[in-house]
Design a binder for this molecule. Sequence first.
Ligand code: RVP
Length: 486
Amino acid sequence: SQKLEVPEALTFDDVLLRPKESRVEPDEADVSTRVSTNVELTIPVLSAAMDTVTESELAIAMAREGGLGVLHRNMSVEETAAEVERVKRADELVIRRENVVTVAPDQTVREADAMMEYEGVSGAPVVDDEDRVLGIISGTDIRPYLEVGESDAVSEAMTDEVITAPEEVDAREALELMYDHKIERVPVVDEGDRLVGLVTMQGVLARREHTDAARDESGSLLVGVAVGPFEEERAVAADEAGADVLFIDCAHAHNLNVLDSAEAIKSEVEADVVVGNIGTREAAEAVVDFADGLKVGIGPGSICTTRVVSGAGMPQISAVAQVADVAAREDVPVIADGGIRYSGDAIKAVAAGADAVMLGSYFAGTDEAPGRVITMNGKRYKQYRGMGSVGAMSEGGGDRYLKDAEEDEDFVPEGVEAATPYKGPLSSELHQLVGGMRSGMGYVGAETLPGFKQRAEFVRVSQAGQTEGHPHDVTITDEAPNYSPE
Ligand code: RVP
């Protein structure tokens, strides 16, 4: 029967990169890339839009390392906007007036403390009705040394010799002011002494530390946001809050209703719009004309049961290669999403045609991911769950896989809830991941990612070859930072 003349599809373990002549030292390889038409990154890595992976904390850490965090959407539209703003604000040199928390001189110290705690700041300029800076109030830490009580007015508790900076201040001048006067924050004022912004020590130091950070033109960190295929409101709110890339977040974007809606969203926002997930040439054809990026992955995720539950899917190397063929024609970037366990998988995805990779399980165990560390049998873990799992869907993310279930039992989940080993800071995980990708570039002899895509060739690996590639016939005694047995 013709039904049985089926094409083969391959995934990570089916292939290896063919080693080639090279003069490329991995350290010198350039891993910068493009994730969407207008957005460039210094490392080709994105964190998954999942509620156990990417909120503003991880997104900030990702962007500081040069990658992109994609905020999940298991939250209200207002929270999405607030999360975007947290990332955009994180490394600003001059925090703009509308984002500066200020207090009035006649408020009580108690009110000021409550507000500063709520806003997560440890001090605030005190301004009058005309926005002129009268003083600075610092956090509760130094309060015991001043003889003021909680019900006193802010004007009693503030330092009124304020050091201010002019609007043209640069990082070095701000730092000098702060060192000279032993202060943590400098209000920036216009000629009429009115507050136009604030420079903080924390902000200046954060910027200095991260020279390869992924930033927009104004120097703010880049951030991505997942929006449901029919969530126009979230898309517009995220866009207005300053999101750089919107990700239409759908398990099967080759659904024509989804595509109609995605195209409508694209016409309404300034941000780039990446559409996914897809896994075939035909789906790529349907999306490539209007999307700023294509995201690939039907069922490869570590917590994903789509292929088992629905019987549908596409092994990831073939999926990426098919989509990339179409995308290359139109010069639209491709993101390989899901199934990446090792750095070798990540660079194989690039060889298949991806411009960047997205990972969930790899980052879920880091400090910056949401959730706390749990201990089981003496080992440390963090929670990691599919957005199509019962737990995630019953908390609101349900429409990715199935709409409107009334009761938990009514969900037909396509994901599981799990625990993943605790890993420490994101920066070390990224260092291993990108370091391994660089090694791959060295073996293939390519200095840049576009060059690597051209030059890389696969060999097909047998089951025996795959076994040979992992440590074998030994008992591992010490954990390597980039390898743990499956
Ligand atoms: P992984 O890195 O293998 O953990 O995969 C992460 C990806 O899995 C996500 O970016 C998303 O595309 C997909 N995902 C998320 N939830 C689910 C599910 O519940 N099936 N799948």
